[in-house]
Design a binder for this molecule. Sequence first.
Ligand code: ZN
Length: 128
Amino acid sequence: MTEHAASGDLPIGRGLRGRCPRCGEGRLYQGFLGLRPRCEHCGLDYGFADAGDGPAVFVILIGGFIVVFAALIAEFLYQPPYWVHAALWIPLILLVTLAPLRLIKGLLIALQYHHRAQEGRLEFRDDA
Ligand SMILES: [Zn+2]
């Protein structure tokens, strides 16, 4: 079978757990969001991994929707004073942005590895 069946999980699960997309054993991160140079278990070079702004975009769109929607609902239903808005939404903003950032970055790197995604390159031919 494939390498996925042997280890019993998929690259998506490996990414969400912050593990190496190839073996699922080695850790992906060094610190909160920094990547290790390579997998400590199978030696996969993480140089290919470049999630770019992808994780931040997903966090902004999803987290922004949650916080703005909740703030609008609270304002329309209760008209609380501004300090209540600050007390409610600042912690929620931190929760919905910082918590999923590692998960989404790991997921995007695992998908990048699985689909062999990389920058586009020009191909030159000699027969022209
Ligand atoms: Zn590995």
